[in-house]
Design a protein around this ligand. Sequence first.
Ligand code: TA6
Length: 312
Amino acid sequence: MATERHHFELAKGINGLDKIILRESRGRSAEVYLYGSHVTSWKNENGEELLHLSSKAIFKPPKPIRGGIPLCFPQFSNFGTLESHGFARNRIWEVEANPPQLPLNSCSSAFVDLILRPTEEDLKIWPHNFEFRLRVALGTEGELTLTSRIRNTNSDGKPFTFTFAYHTYFSVSDINEVRVEGLETLDYLDNLKNRERFTEQGDAITFESEVDKIYLSTPTKIAILDHEKKRTFVIRKDGLADAVVWNPWDKKSKTISDLGDEDYKQMLCVEAAAIERPITLKPGEEWKGRLELSAVPSSYSSGQLDPKKVLE
Ligand code: TA6
């Protein structure tokens, strides 16, 4: 299916699962599985993959897809009684032809609107009616934008509360050569130390062992500088105060059955999230959380990366 309005194609993906393909005139593309509304691919004009998809990803419900951009809703990790990261990532979503209006980013060259509503079974584990709308858009400069709108449609007058994350797996050339700018001096909860609170030191974040941290009250822009690829990912976010940084490193990777033993070297998760202050919605209320990803050439100054230029 290709429509004039949305400029997307519906195709069959791995194991016959439905997927949406977004294409842009200069050859950039993105793919979204209806299973989980899961972005599994984002490519630049040279056809290079910018997201990391696990070499052992299993495309078989109910196992969530490992890699790409899993959506964590209505619970991040085990911050509650539901399965890890909630259930939105392992439900089949629908394409929505005419969603309530969302200001159209005029720079969007292709987009698709998806929706998830709870089934009777879902209501047994999380007794709240909701509409979760996701727009995935590919911009004319190759930027990938995900806009989530979550509405409380309870008819019993009850509010509900949730945590949320775009659990993005970025593709990097070598985790040892990567640094993250924008989280220096911030407080974080360390998942490897019982979520104890610490303060990050002044330097950019680099990687030499397992990391699993929830940075709190983070700026709206974060950058991942990939020295070897001479590429910088710029993450822009709205409505998402926190940012999770995760790399399982070698030992933890071996305990994750659908992650290749060596995958950790080529991946880094930096996840725009709302965790410390969960979102509460009364019936009729809607929350919006927006993520914009772009990949730009890194700027150099006498052989050094200049993160300030990137963040300007
Ligand atoms: O976002 C980091 C994290 O919560 C880690 O603690 C780690 O286990 C990871 O997500 C993956 O979770 P998953 O449920 O997809 O195996």
